[in-house]
Design a protein around this ligand. Structure first.
Ligand SMILES: C[S@@+](CC[C@H](N)C(=O)[O-])C[C@H]1O[C@@H](n2cnc3c(N)ncnc32)[C@H](O)[C@@H]1O
Length: 268
């Protein structure tokens, strides 16, 4: 039963339109956005979500946008178990995380699977901005690369990535997890990669020069960015390199009514 239907006759008819039409479920945690018009019904809404979804144990409300270097958002407790740590299952991988201290979006699960299916046997891969390890573990669980190097600046996200390495029973020879800024770590990595993934849409172009130095000839970069029109991408790319071919632009989310999050697959 949908939330709106369940809450009919429990909250005023004219408030039903403000109920969230979707929410994020990460492990046993549900994260909702609540419009100010229905703020005073937050406990009732939270308890209804718990009742309708037996697997959910906690409900939190977004109380800030995704912000800062770590791309995290503030959450406010509504009902259930007051614990922001959970284990999420996706594409054969397990992710343990604190949903407030680390970035993670369950909405990108199809996109992570798409990338993992492009990987050919024995590729060397670099995931810049790797977070709790969402891309790297989906890749390692669904394809057969030679190795995956990962770099993440948020200490807490890195700590969870190390835990997730164990949780997913990954062969430690296949993965290297670095904690630090890509600008400091990448120049110290003395090798080039077949594929580089750049999941930091807000700033990925700022780091493109770094990636271009570490990609093999004919390698592929997956660059996430926000755009209004697809033709913006080619113009932006030209500022960094003349030798590139855009293979595909995949829409994988919305930022606002006009701006989309996309992944640009580029052959160098
Ligand atoms: C949008 S999140 C993506 C995380 C993860 N790849 C995922 O998709 O779940 C971007 C991540 O980049 C990290 N980050 C931001 N700037 C960084 C930098 N200069 N060097 C390394 N990591 C950085 C943030 O802490 C954050 O975890």
């Amino acid at each position: 039963m949908r939330l709106k239907e369940y809450l009919k006759n429990k909250i005023p008819e004219n408030k039903l339109q403000y109920l969230p039409s979707s929410f994020d479920i990460i492990g046993q945690i549900c994260i909702i956005e609540l419009k100010p018009e229905i703020k005073k019904y937050s406990k009732l809404i939270g308890n209804s979500i718990l009742k309708l979804n037996p697997n959910i144990k906690s409900v939190f409300k977004k109380s800030s946008a995704v912000k800062g270097k770590y791309r995290t958002h503030k959450l406010t407790y509504i009902v259930g178990i007051n614990n922001k740590e959970t284990i999420h299952k996706e594409n054969k991988a397990l992710f343990k995380l604190d949903v407030e201290k680390c970035y993670f979006s369950p909405r990108l699960s199809n996109e992570r699977l798409r990338i993992s299916r492009l990987i050919k046997k024995n590729e060397s891969i670099l995931v810049m901005f790797s977070g709790i390890g969402s891309y790297n573990f989906v890749i390692l669980k669904n394809s057969s690369p030679k190795e995956v190097y990962c770099i993440e600046v948020n200490k807490t996200a890195h700590k969870y990535a190390l835990e997730n390495l164990k949780l997913n029973k990954i062969n430690e020879n296949k993965i290297k997890l670095y904690n630090g800024d890509v600008k400091k770590i990448m120049p110290k990595i003395n090798k080039k990669f077949d594929r580089i993934i750049m999941p930091l849409p807000k700033e990925s172009f700022f780091f493109l020069n770094l990636a271009l130095k570490k990609i093999k000839k004919k390698g592929t970069i997956h660059l996430y960015t926000f755009i209004e029109e697809e033709n913006e991408v080619e113009e932006k790319m030209k500022k960094y390199t003349k030798k590139f071919r855009i293979l595909k632009i995949t829409k994988c989310g919305v930022y606002s009514s006009r701006i989309s999050r996309v992944c640009v697959d580029v052959k160098i």
